[in-house]
Design a binder for this molecule. Structure first.
Ligand code: ATP
Ligand code: MG
Length: 406
């Protein structure tokens, strides 16, 4: 037996009322783009569902791709039948026979969405169940806790039969909730924050601060890899802004306020990011901060750092434990890249005892005493280079030649 179609359900969208059509359209566009590499696939839209017609393709690789897209709550490989009892019964038996490890128990759950069909859902449970039992003598019915639940969905255009419901990533389709900039370091947290932001339907561009030549080519490659991975989930190329941060860091280090340097660097990052956001029309900034994780992520630190920006700061990981974040990083395939041991621009300048309780007045005073500080920040924004990355983009070194990005 070959599955004919995959049905996609997008429950979350139903809550969005009037925006529904727009969301639905984005979802379908996103699915089309993500499946562009598969031959001969076509689509059929029904209320709250989308059918992907496989036209002979095996369903597994298609389902694997779809379950990582946002806006889809679950999917099922289905076969279909005409709305004719004998045909539905035959299809049900065929579907049950095709299950690789035959179950001991099952039940039929029919749903008559099309009221023009002559048998009720209850009647169908018995009519289809009885036929399957006659064809598979070892099988028993267990209505409470069946090993297999055979669903029969009676729609006007066709009757769909399936038994698998594969959970998908949920959330909203890409770009349906506006645009934000993601502060992407090479660490574990910020790629996870990026994934969560994408899942909420945010269109993302990534911003990375580097201290070339103090930080290496590998440190950049790592961030490029992480950005490429994020673009797999959105199904869209992602723009990565590479901001030259060396001059600012050097200048901040010269101000001899060792314990404030992380606070000062973070504020500088936010101000530059805000400038980039204004240029790209982004309405928020996403970071991978998590309360209490390091000195710069205490409440007083976040207060002083956050005051350098006016845009909303979105911190999806703020209340999560490290282990929960790591679990997601592993699941979404960013963890192995994140733990590669290349130095980050901030670790280079990490003081012995960064403050956990910076004083806003003092921080502002220090900034005001740095000669031409505004111009320095503007120069970093102006010196930013951007690259577009997709999952299949060649590595940066191959694509652009040695060092040519910096
Ligand atoms: P991560 O694992 O994301 O690096 P972290 O727990 O190591 O986070 P920090 O290094 O203090 O925490 O960084 C806090 C947040 O600041 C990061 O999650 C990221 O959003 C942002 N950030 C830090 N360094 C950079 C950088 N070099 N470029 C861009 N954003 C950065
Ligand atoms: Mg970090």
């Amino acid at each position: 037996m070959q599955y004919e179609q995959i049905v996609l359900r997008y429950g979350d969208l139903t809550m969005k009322g009037r925006n529904r059509n727009r969301f639905e359209k984005r979802m379908i566009d996103q699915v089309r783009r993500a499946l562009a590499g598969f031959d001969g696939i076509s689509y059929f839209k029904a209320y709250g569902r989308l059918y992907v017609k496989l036209n002979g393709q095996p369903y597994e690789p298609v389902a694997d791709r779809l379950k990582d897209l946002f806006g889809i709550t679950s999917l099922s490989p289905v076969i279909s039948s005409e709305a004719d009892l004998a045909k539905i019964q035959a299809a049900a038996l065929e579907l049950m026979r095709a299950i690789p490890v035959q179950p001991a128990t099952f039940k039929v759950s029919a749903k008559r969405a099309w009221k023009g069909y002559p048998h009720t859902s209850q009647e169908m449970n018995h009519l289809v169940g009885g036929h399957v039992l006659r064809g598979l003598p070892g099988l028993k019915v267990d209505v409470r806790n069946p090993e297999v639940e055979l669903r029969v969905d009676i729609q006007e255009e066709a009757v769909y039969l399936f038994h698998e419901v594969i959970p998908a990533a949920g959330g909203f389709p890409y770009g349906s909730n506006g645009k934000a900039l993601l502060l992407l370091s090479g660490g574990i947290d910020s790629p996870v924050a990026g994934w969560m932001a994408l899942r909420k339907g945010l269109e993302l561009e990534a911003v990375h601060f580097h201290s070339y030549p103090f930080t290496s080519e590998q440190a950049k490659e790592k961030v490029v890899e992480l950005a490429k991975r994020l673009s797999y989930f959105s199904g869209e190329p992602i723009k990565l802004h590479l901001v030259p941060f060396t001059d600012i860091q050097t200048r901040l280090a010269q101000s001899n306020n060792d314990n404030l340097i992380i606070t000062l660097m973070r504020r500088a990052m936010l101000r530059i990011t805000e400038e980039l956001a204004a240029r790209s029309g982004a309405g928020g900034i996403v970071t991978g901060e998590s309360l209490g994780q390091v000195a710069s992520q205490t409440l007083p630190s976040m207060n002083v750092i956050g005051r350098s920006a006016e845009l909303p700061l979105l911190k999806p990981l703020i209340m999560m434990d490290k282990q929960e974040i790591i679990d997601i990083a592993m699941r979404i395939g960013t963890y192995d890249t994140s733990i590669l041991p290349y130095e980050d621009c901030c670790t280079l300048f990490l003081p012995k005892s960064p403050t956990t309780n910076p004083n806003l007045k003092i921080v502002e005073k220090v900034e005001s005493l740095i000669p031409d500080y505004e111009a320095l920040l503007a120069a970093a924004a102006d010196g930013t280079e951007a690259v577009m990355l997709s999952p299949d983009t060649a590595t940066a070194a191959q694509a652009a030649g040695e060092d040519s990005w910096f």
